[in-house]
Structures are given as C-alpha cells and as structure tokens.
Write a protein that binds this ligand. Structure first.
Ligand SMILES: *Cc1c(COP(=O)(O)O)cnc(C)c1O
Length: 371
C-alpha cells in the first residue's frame, strides 16, 4: 500500500476552504486511519491544520499517545468502565452517555484530584449511541453536581448526511439545536459543539458549529456519490504488487482452487502475491481487472488467501517480443498508470459495499509506504 501524504494534506486544505476559518477540524483516525495508518495520518493531519483526533477505542488512543502525539483525542463512543484508568493515564477524552459510566469516571478522577473531561453524545435520531435528545437536560442535571466531571463538548452524529433527502438531517439538527438552547438557558456550557461528518461538512453550512469530524474525505474518498464534484479530493491510498510467477497454461487446464477458470489457450498466467487476507475480497474472483503496463488485465480463477492470478493474452500488445512479462513486474490493484485508473469506489460498487469498508480491509496486512 502506498499512502500519498501530500494527498491527505491537500484534502484537509480543501476542507478548510470549504468550511471557512472558524470551525476546528477533528481528523477521524479510527480503524488505523481507515486502513491508512493512524500514527502517520494523525501527524500529517495535525500538520495540515486539524487540531483534534477521533478514535473508536481507548486502545487506538493509547497507540497515538505512545507515538508521542500530544493533541486532544476523543474516543467517539463510550468505552467499557474498565478502561477508565487508561483514559486518565493517557489523557484521552471520552464520549459519555450513561449515568453509570459518568459516576464511575467522576469518582475515579475525583479520588485522584483530577477532573475528567467528557463530550456528551446526544441521540438525535440515528439511534446508535447517546442520550435521547429529550432527556439530555435531565441527564446533565443529574450528573453535573459531580466535581470529578467536566462537560468539554456536546455532539451528535447524522444518520443520512450523505443521502439526497434532507429530511432526517434537518430533523436531527433541529433536535440538537433544542438541546443546546436548553443547556444555555440554564447556564450549562455545552463546550465544543460538533456534529458534522464529511458529508454534512461538505454539503451544509448550518451544522458546522465549533468543529467538524472528518474521516473518509481526508483520505480522498467521497462519503457517497452526492458530494462528487463539490470538493476536489485526491485518493491517498493505492495498492501495488509484483508478479511472483509466470506460467504458459495450455488450453483446457484449470487455474487455482476449484478450477473456476480454464485456460482458453494463448495465455500467460501471472501470479500476484495479494489475497483476501490482505483485504482483497474473494467475491471479486473472475470479476475484477488490474493494471499491468498501463492496460487493464483480467483477474482469473478464485482469489486465494495470499495470492491471485491474472490472464495475459499472448496476442495482446503487452506481450511484444522485446519485452516479455517478467517476474517482478508491477501490478496495480487500486491506483493509476497513465490513462488506466482503478478506484476503490468501483470495487465497492462491484461488491455492494462502500469505500470505507474496503479501505479498512486493505489495512489488515499490507506493508505501507508513505510518499
Ligand atoms: C467515523 C465517524 C466520523 C467520520 O465520518 P466520515 O463519514 O468518515 O467523515 C465522524 N463522527 C463519528 C461519531 C464517527 O463515528
């Protein structure tokens, strides 16, 4: 995997242009930065203008601290109570939405003469995590007596910001604004207010508030088709491999497990050391192409755990007698060579999933090279 860090910098700068100078940017680097490598991507994002980092687990936050990163880190969900000592030791800010967790966190902090910051998660309609919006004021009244707790931020998350219909987005935003107004009326400071993921921050001005949380777009991928053309993003990830074997397979011979492909003759089968354990879905078997010498070449046979095969037609222009294919030649699985271009979005469409999932999967085992 090559990760083009200048693309990440570019994407964050594009975002800054889009949202104006006021909102802070949180770089969401959960799941090893969507497969791109959390430590490096965090450093690049911070240098490009992000001031917060977002992670999914306490473990992910600890990894960033161990790498020497000192900027604020938010755990985007409420972790198990067992992680409270680590939250404080590693100076991680937690999301919070249950009384039980709040009391445990407050007690632990107060006993050590500390005040634990938290961001209150509000459920405005996605129904994943958070205090139900209509209960938020009561919840804060219930826990705010605690000297070991400090409300540092208030946030929600949109369920449909990347979809054409704005109804649910508007409903969630209205509910969220009501909560903020209720807080202000009774002099509860909501702290840093943040709602937007990539899609909302690209599409809407109404919910930028104090900070936006950008994940997929910082890696140069669009949250859905709807934002295409509205911001110029450069994909940071590309996937490359080198041919490890070449076989002239006679007509009728099978290739790979289960012989889902038989040689039509006049082909050279090249083996590529990349498989489903590297994040390349086996469901793509006999249904994907790769780029070889600037041209599209079909993948054939079942994709294996660690390898797959491609079919090079001996009559094709790739095989002129002066440059036969060689072991070590480069294959591109995601990326560009001249006019030939393979995008994660096309692979996601073929699999009936989203680019988010595929980017994470390619993070499983491949070595990363940062450019
Ligand atoms: C993952 C996540 C984000 C980032 O979403 P993108 O669509 O990748 O920009 C923002 N906020 C929360 C709470 C998340 O879990």
């Amino acid at each position: 995997m090559e990760v083009d860090t200048s693309a990440i910098t570019h994407n964050i700068h594009e975002f800054r242009k889009k949202i104006g100078s006021r909102p802070k940017m949180m770089a969401v680097v959960k799941a090893d930065a969507y497969g791109h490598g959390a430590v490096k991507c965090s450093q690049v994002a911070l240098a490009a203008g992000a001031s917060w980092l977002g992670v999914a687990t306490v473990q992910e936050g600890m990894e960033l601290r161990d790498a020497g990163i000192t900027e604020p880190i938010l755990v985007l969900s409420q972790p198990p109570k067992e992680t409270i000592p680590a939250l404080l030791e590693f100076d991680l800010t937690t999301s919070l939405y249950t009384e039980d967790f709040a009391m445990a966190l407050g007690e632990f902090a107060a006993n050590r003469g500390k005040v634990a910051p938290f961001h209150l998660a509000i459920n405005t309609g996605m129904n994943r995590i958070g205090v139900w919006h209509a209960d938020a004021l009561d919840f804060m009244r219930m826990i705010s007596f605690h000297g070991g707790l400090r409300l540092e931020g208030t946030f929600t998350h949109f369920a449909t910001a990347d979809e054409p219909d704005e109804y649910v987005y508007r409903l969630q935003l209205r509910r969220f604004n009501e909560v903020i107004n209720q807080f202000k009326k009774v002099n509860i400071s909501p702290g840093i207010i943040h709602c937007d993921n990539s899609a909302a921050a690209i599409r809407y001005k109404d919910s930028l508030f104090d900070m936006v949380r950008i994940g997929i777009s910082m890696y140069g991928l669009h949250p859905s088709a709807i934002t295409r053309g509205t911001i110029e993003l450069w994909p940071a990830m590309s996937i490359h491999a080198r041919i490890t074997d070449l076989n002239e397979v006679p007509v009728g011979e099978g290739v790979g497990y289960g012989f889902s492909y038989h040689s039509p003759g006049n082909v050279v089968i090249a083996t590529v050391p990349l498989g489903y354990a590297d994040g390349l879905s086996r469901q793509l078997s006999n249904g994907m192409t790769v780029i070889y010498r600037g041209k599209y070449v079909p993948q054939v046979g079942n994709i294996c755990m660690d390898q797959f095969m491609i079919e090079i037609n001996k009559r094709s222009t790739l095989l002129n007698p002066f440059s036969p294919p060689e072991i070590g030649d480069e294959i591109i699985v995601i990326g560009r060579d001249g006019d030939a271009f393979l995008h994660l979005d096309e692979m996601a469409d073929a699999l009936g999933t989203i680019n988010y999932e595929l980017a994470c999967r390619f993070g499983m085992r491949l070595n990363r090279i940062y450019k």
